[in-house]
Design a protein around this ligand. Structure first.
Ligand SMILES: O=C(O)C(=O)C[C@@H](O)[C@H](O)[C@H](O)COP(=O)(O)O
Length: 359
């Protein structure tokens, strides 16, 4: 079992990663959170069918009442309506400040359940139990949110979990599209912080359906390690945390305007990373074998071009409303080199030109 401590200004907590890590959950609750009176699991329809019983069985050992509430799958969970339903459920079931919420699922469930925990009675504790590769990123660091029709994650908070319990057994049920989504965030972590990891990924991961347990453990542990260092230094994104947003400026714009669910988060972020790499070559002379990168990710099944039905002017407007942008220009995470990111505002004309070249 791998264990990483996340030490942010507001909270310190463990991330436990390994096969059968779920068995650590009851012990952790009994040891650290025994004063709590009730546990509410928030999960989605698909994950409920696959893993809810396993988690409930594990929680029997705590001796605490366990309830669950099921929400729609994916980004469809991150709406005002679903958020409101969760709050109503909490109120109707007498959840209070002595209760614990467990977010069981992928990034969307984690974001929603975390935001419910952040806001219910002004904040109650929660634990992240990720079931996807994508959630190696989203479950750590305390960003929780729902979407607004005008932008992704626009309504949210920073609310750190009490722990993250990452059972690698749960990854076994992931469809290829989900693996592809999560692996994009692994690539992101390597590009912003660790050239050695990037080279290792490029030479070892050649088929997403054929990742060994050992390889999962390596990429997840290293990815979370990179994220841990960044959020420890900058919990609330006043500076370097924005580097974790590499690929997200265009990525979020593509993901939202394609209609959530059509293009996964990671698939969209991958397009955003290709775009940011191209901008980096142009703006800061990044020396990077982009053709090799494109060949590799294409062989893994990623689309690397902007979907043709999306209007560039509309994408530009969305990019300019990104949370990183504080004035009228879109702010991008670029790379000086692999492992050395920077932030830069880029003029509209250059962004449009680069999008045109991406087709
Ligand atoms: O944790 C962070 O900070 C990140 O930016 C990680 C991203 O990969 C993640 O998708 C995050 O939820 C995006 O945040 P947002 O602030 O761009 O909505």
């Amino acid at each position: 079992m791998e264990s990483i401590q996340i030490k942010t200004a507001s909270k310190q907590y463990p991330v436990l990663i390994g096969k059968k890590a779920i068995n650590e959950l009851p012990e952790l609750i009994t040891r650290e959170l025994n004063h709590l009176n009730k546990i509410l699991i928030i999960t989605d329809e698909k994950v409920a069918a696959l893993h809810l019983q396993t988690v409930k069985d594990a929680l029997l050992k705590t001796g605490k009442p366990v309830l669950h509430h099921v929400v729609p799958e994916g980004e469809h969970a991150k709406t005002f309506d679903v958020f409101y339903e969760c709050q109503s459920f909490c109120l109707s079931q007498q959840i209070n400040r002595k209760s614990l919420i467990i977010a069981l699922g992928g990034g969307a469930v984690g974001d929603l359940a975390g935001f419910v925990a952040a806001t219910f009675m002004r904040g109650i504790p929660f634990i992240q139990v990720p079931t996807t590769l994508l959630a190696h990123d989203s479950a750590v660091g305390g960003k929780v949110a729902i979407n607004h029709p005008l932008g992704k994650n626009m309504i949210g908070a920073f609310h750190q979990p009490e722990a993250v319990i990452y059972d690698l057994e749960f990854l076994k049920t992931l469809p290829l599209k989900e693996l592809r989504s999560g692996f994009a965030e692994v690539i992101k972590h390597s590009l912003i912080a660790d050239n050695e990891l990037y080279l290792w990924l490029k030479s070892n991961i050649v088929d997403l359906n054929d990742i060994t347990d050992e390889q999962f453990l390596t990429m997840i542990t290293k990815g979370i390690g990179i994220k841990a260092k960044i959020v420890e230094e900058d919990e609330k994104e006043n500076g370097i945390r924005a580097f974790l947003n590499f690929g997200h400026t265009l990525g979020h714009a593509v993901e939202g305007s394609m209609g959530y669910g059509n293009f996964t988060h990671g698939e969209s972020i991958l397009i955003g990373m290709v775009y940011a790499l191209k901008l980096s070559r142009k703006k800061v002379d990044l020396d990077f074998k982009l053709d090799e990168f494109i060949d590799w990710v294409s062989s893994l099944g990623y689309q690397i071009t902007i979907p043709t039905r999306l209007e560039h002017a509309m994408l530009l407007e969305l990019m300019k409303t990104d949370k990183k942008s504080v004035n009228d220009a879109a702010t991008f995470v670029l790379l000086n080199e692999v492992g050395s990111p920077l932030l830069m505002d880029i003029a509209d004309s250059e962004l449009i030109e680069e999008m045109t070249e991406m087709i």
